[in-house]
Ligand binder design. Structure first.
Ligand code: AHN
Ligand code: ZN
Length: 330
């Protein structure tokens, strides 16, 4: 074979294989519009698990307690260590029963100069009442919130670590919202206007850390660590942010997590994302849906049993890898 023939053969083959070396294309390439393949970091579920454990090790992170205070410093330090621009928004917020909570929303921004942004969020406080516990004697005791609180934050801290190692094209804001779970318990007779939950988020929505703050969309992680957890298409997410849900569920399916991200309609959950949606940032809630319980949440929800024992690395992995896939392709 002479050299010229070899070169012609190479050019012919490579254009047949769909590379861009030829000047003309006779057909639209199969991967038109998404030729760019993006390197997505590998989510380390062991690291995320340790991040969940570290929070639980502080004890119950109930506002106005030393454990809450200590956990706040830890979260702030971790975001800073991973290279985020960190802002802690301190607020005194009045709860359903008149208690004034010293609340902190902890905000970490990656590539703060970019206008194209995605918002990732989770609540970091834990509930003061195990009011869904089988034993009524426990209803006024605080919960550890390994799943309810710490799991979402753990996944986001691992994502922060990876963002710090290599930034994606899009700017990312990670917000750990406080006082989500101080909502009115059944044993209180205070009048409930339905807004006693997600207090930290409600504060941020009316006092954004940057005036006029915008993000293309938001993703809330809530109870994303339970063993064999399945995520359904939550009601408000469907209503306000169907396209975001479509995109996230498609990414999960592509990664082989279609069994976790089910094509099932879930109920409506009053959660942090409701208020973020109301401020005009379309946001979804990735939250475990368990059809076997009355609440629709996992059996450990708001019980003393919400502990590390029920946290599963495979669930953390499915959620974390899916969110990374979305972020690095944005
Ligand atoms: C209500 O129970 C009204 N909302 C559930 C939101 C929540 C609590 N997520 C975690 N803990
Ligand atoms: Zn809760």
């Amino acid at each position: 074979m002479n050299m010229l023939f070899k070169i012609m053969l190479f050019l012919g083959l490579s254009s047949a294989m769909g590379s861009c070396s030829g000047r003309y294309r006779e057909t639209v390439p199969e991967n038109a519009g998404r030729e760019k393949t993006v390197d997505v970091p590998v989510f380390n579920a062991d690291s995320a698990y340790v991040y969940v454990q570290r929070q639980v090790d502080f004890g119950c992170r109930v506002p106005n307690t030393p454990a809450h205070e200590a956990a706040a410093s830890f979260l702030e330090k971790e975001l800073t260590r991973h290279g985020a621009e960190v802002l802690v928004q301190s607020a005194r917020i009045t709860a359903y029963d008149g208690t004034v909570l010293n609340a902190k929303n902890i905000i970490g921004s990656f590539s703060p100069e970019k206008t194209k942004r995605v918002l990732l969020f989770a609540h970091w406080d834990s509930r003061p009442y195990a009011d869904n516990d089988a034993d009524e004697a426990n209803h006024r005791k605080p919960i550890l919130g390994a799943n309810d609180g710490a799991s979402g934050v753990g996944v986001l801290l691992e994502i922060a670590r990876l963002l710090g190692a290599r930034l994606p094209d899009t700017g990312v804001d990670i917000i750990f919202f406080d006082a989500e779970d101080y909502g009115q318990p059944y044993f209180s007779s205070a009048s409930d206007n339905g807004n006693s939950w997600a207090l930290g988020t409600q504060y941020w929505v009316s006092h954004p850390h940057k005036p006029g703050y915008r993000a293309r969309y938001g993703i809330l992680l809530d109870m994303v660590g339970g063993r064999d957890a399945v995520f359904a298409r939550e009601g408000y997410s469907r209503h306000y942010a169907k396209a975001v849900g479509d995109k996230v569920w498609a990414a999960a399916r592509k990664l082989g997590y279609g069994n976790r991200f089910a094509d099932v309609q879930g109920g409506y959950v009053t959660d942090d994302h409701v208020y973020v949606n109301q401020m005009g940032i379309p946001s979804i809630d990735i939250i475990q849906y368990d059809p076997r319980t009355e609440s629709g949440f996992c059996p450990q929800w708001h019980t003393l049993d919400d502990t590390m024992e029920h946290i599963d690395k495979e669930t953390l992995k499915a959620v974390g890898q899916t969110v990374l896939e979305i972020i690095y392709n944005e």
